[in-house]
Design a protein around this ligand. Structure first.
Ligand code: CUA
Length: 330
């Protein structure tokens, strides 16, 4: 009874798409194949489990009744049950699942063949953020990647340090990001929406806070977004933002971050050229608003301990100015 209740709760939890990250809420052909395989495996496991419980109950009942080992006809029945449920059923189940999973689902969820994809991009895993680049564009962003709906996108997966794993459950399977060995995955979404992804390979202290969001836009909105992301910085005219740019360039910020169109060319942290267009900071750890941005710049270690950004000990004026500058990066 309790186990049944736990199973129902577990499955209903998987099925709800909270924040758009559920294997059971498929939004592409690839993830639908994975979902159907999962349901099929669950059904097979339930049948096998129920069969085992029935056999156990039969054995228990007989032993209670007789207290003696089976003989004659009983022995033949017992041997038949063992052969059927111990050998025939598992062999049939495993071979069927092998053909469905390894031949059907693996092929259907593989990266597109050369020339088949309509668009190419690269995602690089870092401790602990995702660097996102678009082939044929200057655009570089982080953690929030945009793709057009109903478009086959071939994503090249790389790592800058340790092994990460790229996983957007509603769109496709998980694929490891290995240092020195590029992998590929296809992203394709049926319709516009936001789909959450999560690093699925333990990669250090902030592995759990290495999330991403895939924004699926209409093709027209995507083109407009990409054109804006490709532009270099439009320098702030005056005021706090102008002073903040100076703080950014003269303090340590510029040695770790790139802002295209300026002298800041660091590659340790995310590209910040259009930081203000992102909804979140620190790989979806906090919302991107003035209060959180200020907290983050003032003391990044208190929000995401172990990350590579040091506290810079800016005074209150410098902090206000640099935040105003960052807020203008649209
Ligand atoms: Cu990156 Cu776990």
């Amino acid at each position: 009874m309790l186990a049944g209740l736990a199973l129902v709760l577990l499955i209903s939890g998987c099925g709800q798409s909270q924040g758009g990250q559920s294997t059971l809420h498929a939004e592409s052909d690839q993830s639908r194949k994975i979902m159907h395989l999962w349901w099929g495996m669950l059904a097979a496991a339930v049948v096998v489990f129920a069969g085992a419980i029935v056999l156990l109950a039969i054995a228990w009942k007989r032993r209670n009744r007789e207290g003696l080992p089976a003989v004659g006809k009983d022995e033949n029945v017992s041997t038949g049950l063992v052969v059927a449920f111990g050998i025939v059923v598992p062999v049939v189940c495993l071979i069927t699942l092998f053909f469905i999973a390894d031949i059907g689902v693996v092929n259907a969820t593989s990266a597109p063949k050369p020339g088949q994809a309509q668009m190419k991009m690269t995602v690089v895993g870092h401790q602990w953020f995702w660097e996102v680049r678009y082939d044929g564009s200057q655009a570089v962003t982080a953690n929030e990647l945009h793709i057009p709906a109903r478009t086959s996108v071939n994503v090249r997966l790389l790592s800058a340090d340790v092994i990460h794993s790229f996983w957007v459950p509603e769109l496709n399977k998980k694929v490891d990001m290995l240092p020195g060995h590029p992998n590929n995955i296809e992203l394709y979404a049926d319709r516009p929406g936001v789909y959450r992804g999560q690093c699925a390979e333990f990669c250090g202290l902030q592995h759990a806070n290495m999330a991403m969001a895939v924004y699926v836009d209409t093709p027209a909105r995507f083109r407009a977004w990409l054109a804006n992301q490709a532009r270099p910085l439009a320098p702030p005219a005056a005021g706090d933002a102008r002073a903040g740019e100076n703080v950014f360039m003269t303090q340590q910020c510029a040695s770790c971050h790139t802002i295209r169109g300026t002298a800041a060319r660091g590659t340790i942290g995310p590209d910040l050229t259009h930081l203000a267009t992102r909804k979140t900071l620190a790989a979806l750890t906090i919302p991107n608003d003035r209060a959180n941005l200020t907290r983050w710049v003032a003391d990044p270690q208190s929000i995401k301990p172990g990350n590579k950004m040091p506290g810079l000990n800016l005074n209150a004026t410098q902090l206000r100015q640099v935040v105003s500058f960052l807020e203008g990066l649209r």
